[in-house]
Design a protein around this ligand. Structure first.
Ligand SMILES: Cc1ncc(COP(=O)(O)O)c(C=O)c1O
Length: 464
């Protein structure tokens, strides 16, 4: 820690203090004066009394004294609180991470197989190029758009490996800030909490479009369309490719067409965040339909991808940013600028996750096995969703319609519980969740559905 130490421990009580003494009772520290004799509560000065004079034993002033305590992260902070709880019934429904029926983290079999292949091949740990592993970039764009998509065949996609979904969004935000100064990004209300942080830190202005309708616990489609229409021409519109986080509410295929119409009319630029491909429906192709629909219209678009959820590679930080351009020439230039942004940020990306993805997606046998495992994971979440709904309906005698839970998709369910009700969930029932009422069904087991429905019913009816 940067600090200034004035150690006078070796100075005898009779030593002259004249060099540190002016003005009276103060010690000069750099260009400022520090008071002595401020009593034992002075955090900066440890004083020792020797008769008439007080002597500084050590003064430790941090240059970071003005740094305030940051609030805990609204999502990752929930996991910390969960870990600290000793209650036997506790449930962590905060973070969007897949758990087994025994509520344990899960490493996919295909990931283990891909890692074994890497060991057998004796892969080295040399730096990757700035844009990442070529084999990864190829398969990731193909997975997203489909290998036969004209945008792939005509090399119109600039793909750069990123530090998972977050890092890929951050690269895109930096590109927007540099090449579209003043352009706004429209984000859904609500959205994944980190979107705002990413655009704030990148100095990209953003505003919200209506998305969630609390009355129906469904999509406010009219509101969404009119807000996208009202935005300044040429804005970026951030869309969740599938499994909207936090609501679990996705537009229907018809609604996606209408969203594309408005975006096209207004000359906006669609910017997809695809963090759950395959995890929403269980099918990689179905979950990429929204992105492919926009690409088929010949629109230029951005897509951030993540393999945290669908391959369970949370800590490997593997994802990509793709920019679809109108020509391969533009794509080459855009890619060169993405690399230029990445170089001073983190130089080049990590190799391990990229090799896993390249091995799994690039190998027909492993690819088939991955699809089966993903269906299994998505299926477990669907079963839990159904059981939660069944329990709520059977146990809640008030006649409340809980069917909105079945209309939601993906890892999350937006329960409609308000802040006070979510606090009751945590304080009384030890169910750890974010304050916006979102629960991660991926952290729930069939065995715990009944307990959770008791907690929800109590919080909903007994807390206002
Ligand atoms: C909507 C959305 N985008 C992006 C991410 C990025 O996650 P990661 O950085 O782990 O890939 C998440 C993770 O929860 C998410 O929900």
């Amino acid at each position: 820690m940067a600090s200034t130490m004035l150690s006078l421990a070796s100075v005898s009580p009779s030593a002259s203090l004249s060099t540190h003494e002016t003005p009276k009772g103060k010690v000069k520290l750099g260009s400022s004066f520090l008071s002595l004799n401020k009593g034992r509560n002075n955090l900066f000065a440890k004083t020792e009394s020797f008769g008439r004079i007080s002597m500084v034993a050590a003064v430790n002033v941090s240059k970071f004294e003005g740094v305030t305590m940051a609030p805990p992260d609204p999502i990752l902070g929930v996991s910390e609180a969960f870990k600290a709880s000793t209650n036997q019934s506790k449930l962590n429904l905060g973070v969007g991470a897949y758990r087994t029926e025994e509520l344990q983290p899960y490493v996919l079999d295909v990931v283990k197989k891909a890692e074994n292949l890497m060991i057998e091949r004796g892969e080295n740990k040399e730096y990757l190029p700035i844009e990442g592993l070529a084999a990864f970039n190829k398969v990731t764009a193909e997975l997203l758009f489909g290998a036969d998509n004209p945008v792939i065949k005509q090399q119109k996609v600039a793909t750069v490996q990123g530090l998972s979904g977050t890092g890929s969004l951050r690269l895109a935000a930096a590109l927007i800030e540099r090449y579209f100064p003043g352009a706004k990004v429209l984000i859904s209300s609500p959205t994944w909490g980190n979107h705002k942080n990413i655009f704030n830190d990148s100095r990209v202005p953003w505003s919200e479009y209506r998305y969630y309708d609390p009355k129906t616990v469904g999509l406010d489609f009219e509101g969404m369309i009119s807000d996208i229409k009202a935005a300044p021409e040429g804005s970026f519109v951030l869309l969740h490719g599938c499994a909207h986080n936090p609501t679990g509410i996705d537009p229907t295929p018809d609604q996606w067409e209408k969203i594309a119409d408005v975006i096209q009319e207004k000359n906006h630029i669609p910017f997809f965040d695809v963090a759950y491909q395959g995890f929403a429906s269980g099918s990689l192709d179905t979950d990429a339909a929204s992105v492919r629909l926009f690409a088929a219209r010949g629109l230029e678009l951005l897509v951030a991808q993540s393999y945290s959820k669908n391959l369970g590679l949370y800590a490997e930080r593997i994802g990509a940013i793709n920019v679809v351009c109108t020509s391969s020439d533009t794509a080459t230039r855009v890619k060169s600028q993405l690399k230029r942004i990445a170089r001073p940020m983190y130089s080049n990306p990590p190799v391990h996750g990229a090799r896993i993805v390249a091995n799994v997606v690039g190998d027909p046998t492993l690819f088939g096995e991955w699809k089966a495992e993903m269906e299994m994971m998505a299926g477990r979440i669907k079963n839990v969703r159904q059981k939660l709904y069944d329990n709520l309906t059977a146990k809640d005698k008030s006649g409340k319609d809980w069917s909105f839970i079945l209309k939601q998709i993906g890892m999350f369910s937006f329960t409609g519980l308000n802040k006070a009700q979510t606090e009751n969930m945590t304080n009384k029932w030890h169910v750890y969740m974010t304050k916006d009422g979102r629960i991660s069904l991926a952290g729930l087991s069939l065995a715990k559905c009944e307990y959770l429905s008791d907690a929800i019913i109590d919080s909903y009816h007994n807390v206002s």
